[in-house]
Design a protein around this ligand. Structure first.
Ligand code: ZN
Ligand code: ZN
Length: 274
């Protein structure tokens, strides 16, 4: 397989970012005492991060090629003439709004929660934990992420750049990093908000659904961000027992009998500003 310079550059950027987050987490941790090789590290690193991602990238690529062959849409080149930066921004913002709405639905519906539960099962949230997502969740969300890029005839650089942006931003929001974004927190999502989303603490249930742009949470009144000098997220994971450790059992569980119930307080209560 021959990689284009942009594809190779995107992979290098993702690897460099991973190394940087691991290093930064040692110097400025949000929660002290989290180890690099935390419970579930191997499953996340090898099976979710490499094996599942690679298999699904092939499946999603074929699926989108079929969609394009069936419709011939990409030949219209609807966004081909746009400047590259505008194309990337357009796909980042529109997909991010979709992800916000989908994510909210996953926390409101016990059926959709089945495929989102794995993502919340990590007991110690760090740079790697974002990769733990059920394959059905990835299949749906990444097909919806990349199909428009292909079908609207985006430049060939857009898909690898968008892929790198998603991977690096995903590492950032989950990282165990004590970053304060200041006024940018109303626009950009970061660990200070997303770690609360993963907290098994009732005050944060049904909050902070945004992935890249925090603006959706502020706009739709689902933001929760207390002053980190007074209160921080401390406990993560599912509030119930029974979620298995092994990859295959985690995948199969979504099709079983459960119990499946997102947090009881989802979708209710006032939002709180910093
Ligand atoms: Zn969630
Ligand atoms: Zn997450």
């Amino acid at each position: 397989m021959q990689l284009s310079p942009v594809e190779a550059g995107s992979l290098v950027a993702i690897a460099a970012a991973a190394i940087a987050f691991v290093a930064f987490e040692r110097f400025a941790p949000y929660n002290r005492g989290q180890a690099l090789f935390r419970p579930g590290f191997q499953v996340d690193f090898v099976l979710y991060n490499f094996v599942q991602s690679w298999v699904l990238a092939v499946v999603i690529g074929r699926l989108i090629a079929l969609l394009d062959a069936g419709t011939g849409l990409s030949r219209l080149g609807l966004v081909s003439e746009w400047p590259l930066l505008l194309q990337v921004t357009f796909f980042v913002v529109t997909h991010d709004l979709y992800i916000y709405l989908m994510h909210r639905a996953q926390h409101a519906s016990p059926f959709l929660w089945r495929f989102h539960e794995a993502h919340h099962s990590v007991p110690e949230v760090d740079w790697l934990s974002g990769v733990r997502s059920h394959p059905v969740e990835i299949l749906v969300n990444q097909t919806i992420e990349f199909a428009p890029i292909v079908l609207l005839g985006a430049s060939p650089e857009v898909a690898p750049v968008k892929g790198a942006v998603s991977a690096i931003w995903g590492m950032f929001i989950h990282s165990n990093l004590d970053v304060r974004l200041g006024p940018l927190r109303f626009l950009v999502n970061g660990p200070e908000m997303h770690r609360w989303h993963h907290a098994d603490q009732p005050e944060a249930y049904g909050r902070n659904f945004a992935t890249k742009l925090a603006v959706w949470d502020w706009l739709f009144r689902t933001a929760y961000l207390p002053d980190p000098r007074e209160r921080k997220a401390e406990r993560y994971g599912l509030g119930y027992a029974g979620f298995p450790d092994g990859y295959l059992r985690q995948v199969i569980r979504a099709f079983g009998r459960g119990p499946f119930s997102p947090e009881p307080a989802a979708e209710t209560g006032p939002s709180e500003a910093a």
